[in-house]
Design a protein around this ligand. Structure first.
Ligand code: ARG
Length: 463
């Protein structure tokens, strides 16, 4: 029995019916649907549409249903078309006639939008907390690394020495933007769609502003036609989750490279690595690879959803039902990837010798050129001179550290007696002057600021 069988004279074809059933996945909206219905019943009561007795019976029935569903997830099951039909059936089974009055003036079109908005409002903070845990793990790594240096890369070629802490705080910065971006999606979802009816609005005098306040929304949607098919908040959520996955993928890529034999700046904990069935020596970064791989899945959900939305005429269309699996899958993908990333990063160990050894050598060339420019030589000319020095050093298999004072001065008379000491990795980082740079004082301040940000909102719950 469906909510709409009255109009039809044959039973639905099983294949066609099953195809459009959504209860298998929209049962995740159980809590939200009950929350919405409790508020709707109150609003109907306040509008004089529901009698006090019916209102009270509906409240009691819905509260019992909520409790049963919370107690036992297996309760949320049945032959129903969707979670809305399920709850209505249970309500009528419990309280009879009065249960049939709940849907007065309301459409599933607005109901499902409401449910998903409520769902996102309560679930996004969990993702934000999980992101913060990864940021905190990066901050811890930054702190443990102290003043250890490593090379930074451009074009995947050694560029300039940086603090290991600077590297971790770089990834933390990207993940912090994801927390904000998810907040944006949450704010988009923060509008009450009830009162829109199926498309044209409702004919009952519902106080939508009061209903919005009752449900904790900061505003009411602007237009009922728009509201019945607006899933922009879904697209924004899928974009936010995709970009967070892209960021995790990039952390993963860095760590896959830097924990490999060729670099070895970091070592994966045995607890977060995997072995090979054939090659006994292998210590594989499967968790990182999967986080990288799953970014494709998240992006696929976003792209798929945009394609679903693009051809829709105004008003509700069943295509919109595809929103839920996209949201649930993207949410789950990000959540499990974040906990894996947290496990890997928090257990990662630094190999200071390898990291700092790789941070010395010809990657000091920019600092050598800066030395000349600071002493008055035009930078282009300095670049030219140092380029020639690099070319000779490469040919001889040497680096700046092996140059004698005489050789420095032969290269340019701008080089003073302090030139050999100036061209060291440590000098290089200390020479940086801006707050966003790898200067050790700047990195200390950045770490402090990151810690303050982490403490801004309620403490992150333990895993
Ligand atoms: N399961 C539907 C969805 O997810 C609920 C809304 C159904 N509305 C309708 N007119 N069939 O979009």
């Amino acid at each position: 029995m469906t909510l709409w069988s009255g109009r039809f004279d044959t039973a639905p074809d099983p294949a066609a019916f099953e195809f459009q059933v959504s209860f298998g996945f929209d049962r995740a909206l159980f809590e939200d649907d009950v929350t919405g219905s409790l508020a709707w019943a109150e609003a109907l009561g306040a509008a004089g549409v529901l009698s006090k007795q019916d209102g009270a019976a509906i409240r009691k029935g819905l509260e019992e249903i909520l409790e049963e569903g919370r107690r036992d997830a297996a309760f949320i099951a049945g032959p129903d078309e969707d979670v809305h039909s399920f709850i209505e059936r249970k309500l009528v089974e419990k309280i009879g006639e009065a249960g049939k009055r709940l849907h007065t003036g309301r459409s599933r079109n607005e109901q499902v939008s409401l449910d998903l908005r409520l769902y996102m409002r309560r679930r996004i903070p969990l993702l934000q907390d999980a992101l913060k845990r990864v940021v905190a793990a990066c901050a811890d790594q930054a702190e443990h690394a102290g003043d250890t240096l490593m090379p930074s890369y451009t074009h995947m070629r050694r560029a300039q020495p940086v603090l290991v802490a600077h590297f971790f705080l770089a990834h933390a910065s990207a993940l912090r933007r994801d927390v904000d971006r998810l907040e944006g999606a949450r704010q988009e979802a923060d509008a009450l769609p009830l009162g829109s009816g199926a498309i044209a609005g409702t004919s009952y005098p519902i106080d939508t502003a009061a209903l919005a306040t009752r449900l904790g929304f900061s505003r009411v949607v602007r237009n009922s036609i728009d509201a019945s098919s607006d899933r922009d908040f879904v697209a924004s959520f899928l974009f936010a989750t995709s970009l967070a996955m892209v960021h995790l993928s990039r952390v993963a890529e860095d760590l896959i490279i830097f924990t490999g034999e060729e670099h070895g700046y970091f070592e994966l904990s045995d607890a977060t690595a995997t072995g090979s069935s054939m090659m006994p020596q292998k210590k594989n970064p499967d968790a990182l690879e999967l986080a990288r791989g799953k970014s494709g899945r998240a992006i696929g959900r976003l792209a798929g959803w945009l394609v679903t939305m693009k051809g829709l005429p105004s008003g509700y269309n069943k295509d919109l039902q595809e929103d839920k699996e996209a949201v649930f899958d993207a949410e789950h993908t990000l959540a499990i990837s974040l906990s894996a990333a947290h496990a890997v990063i928090s257990r990662l160990s630094l190999n200071p010798e390898k990291a700092s050894r790789a941070a010395s050598g010809l990657l000091l060339a920019t600092d050598v050129a800066d030395y000349l420019a600071i002493r008055g030589m035009p930078f282009r000319q300095a670049h030219e001179i140092v380029g020639a020095m690099v070319r000779r050093l490469l040919a001889d298999g040497r680096d700046f550290g092996s140059l004698t004072l005489k050789e420095w001065k032969e290269a340019s008379d701008f080089f003073g007696d302090d030139a050999p000491q100036a061209a060291t990795p440590l000098e290089s980082v200390h020479a940086k002057r801006t707050p966003q740079s790898t200067n050790p004082d700047a990195v200390q301040a950045a770490l402090k600021e990151c810690r303050q940000w982490l403490n801004l909102k309620p403490q992150i719950p333990n895993p």
